[in-house]
Design a protein around this ligand. Structure first.
Ligand SMILES: [Zn+2]
Length: 419
């Protein structure tokens, strides 16, 4: 009785612990499905992104979302480099573990065999006479780059240019503090190996390597689109990319739990709720493909425009929502102050997230192609907690989903109350 009175006093917006648990356990089911080995990391080996798109369309259909096109898909094509075959590296006869000890740069080409290492510093390659000497001895060998640690953007850009240059001539190998993988739309003639710091020394002598890439031209990709119709002619677009990095060889899987099974879980949670509780404005739910390859899916969505972009009140991009101990960051908030203030006001009133932090415009997720076309857009990501990112450790088992329920309640309110 006392509990009932308590609930009545707090009114219909009260969020109970049971509500939060239900939201989190539902989200975890979505994340589990999206990160399962059967979806191959939602990448470009074994049809991972195709299988993920099919699964999301099934969810849209189950929830009763309307089709915007002939079916739930918006097809497009792009080139992508992939690694269906085993990637191997030994240094001085000691085999390293792929994905854990080393990765290949996503734009790597093929190479096989044993190569002597030529150790090079930036000075060896900047100064013209030293450069021609260095290039002269590289034939038939592999370049081992020793770049000083820096955060200086100009130096990093210079180092990247050196690396790309060398990948036209020979296999390249470089030490890194953290292995961070990605997706490339092109392939260089030779591979670049990135190796954990302590496994490669100044006296490392030879490498034995095996990498066979497959450059897929015109890879058929699909955004997944579903709509819930409201009572006005206005639209809200809620988007989350479902693609991730897939496989580096058959044995190394990048599951992409935080990036971005968590965002798709939020997309599906919101779609399910709004399908049952009709919103004021129309909502277009988009699961984007090709984000990791350079925002290809969202760019195509903004070009192909399934809805009139001049009628869009808000484009909300959800990418990396699996933590939240330190709240959320809202990208493009300083350019969309009114929207941001509304979000903060709801959060303060309902005491949900510990922090809602504004950030300026940055072209770092699927909101960007819409911002370029003057659509009011925000990109939200969670902060704090685990640091796994674009590596094999970004998995469901260690994804906390700390603030997922609070963020879900906040976004539900925010989307429902947009002026
Ligand atoms: Zn992402």
């Amino acid at each position: 009785m006392r509990t009932l009175l308590f609930v009545l006093l707090l009114g219909p917006f009260c969020v109970t612990a049971q509500d939060a648990d239900k939201v989190r356990s539902n989200a975890r089911k979505y994340v589990k499905n999206l990160t399962a080995p059967a979806l191959h990391g939602r990448g470009y080996v074994a049809g991972g992104d195709r299988l993920a798109a099919d699964w999301i369309a099934q969810q849209f259909s189950r929830m009763g979302l309307e089709k915007v096109k002939a079916d739930y898909f918006q097809p497009f094509e792009f080139n992508v480099n992939s690694f269906p075959d085993s990637v191997r590296l030994s240094i001085d006869g000691v085999a390293l573990e792929p994905g854990v000890d080393f990765i290949v740069d996503p734009a790597s080409g093929k190479a096989f065999g044993t190569f002597d290492l030529v150790h090079l510093t930036p000075e060896d390659l900047f100064e013209p006479t030293r450069r021609s000497m260095a290039m002269g001895v590289l034939s038939g060998k592999a370049a081992c780059l020793h770049f000083p640690a820096t955060t200086n953007r100009d130096s990093l850009a210079q180092y990247a240019t050196i690396e790309q240059d060398l990948m036209h001539f020979c296999p390249v190998i470089r030490r890194v503090d953290k292995l961070t993988w990605g997706v490339a739309q092109e392939a260089m003639p030779y591979p670049l190996f990135l190796v954990n710091n302590d496994l490669l020394t100044d006296s490392s002598g030879t490498v034995t390597l095996h990498v066979q890439n497959t450059l897929i031209t015109r890879h058929p990709a699909r955004n997944v689109l579903g709509a819930v119709k409201g009572k006005t002619k206005k639209w809200i677009i809620i988007g989350a990319h479902y693609d991730h990095l897939g496989h580096m060889g058959p044995d190394v899987l990048f599951p992409g739990a935080n990036d971005n099974a968590s965002g798709v879980a939020m997309l599906l949670s919101l779609a399910d709720w709004f399908a049952k509780n009709k919103p004021k404005d129309n909502i277009l739910f988009v699961a984007f493909a090709g984000e990791e390859a350079g925002l290809v899916g969202s760019e195509w969505c903004a070009v192909d425009r399934p809805v009139d972009l001049s009628k869009v009140k808000l484009m909300l991009s959800l990418d990396i929502l699996g933590t939240g101990d330190e709240g959320i960051t809202v990208v493009n908030a300083t350019a969309e102050r009114t929207l941001f203030d509304q979000l903060v006001a709801i959060n303060t009133k309902k005491q949900l997230l510990p922090q809602v932090k504004p950030r300026g415009p940055t072209c770092n997720s699927d909101h960007c192609p819409f911002v370029k076309r003057n659509v009011p857009s925000l990109f939200i990501y969670t902060m704090g907690g685990i640091t796994a990112y674009h590596d094999v450790l970004d998995k469901e088992e260690t994804l906390p989903l700390t603030e997922f329920p609070d963020l879900y309640f906040l976004l539900k309110e925010f989307v429902s109350s947009l002026k």
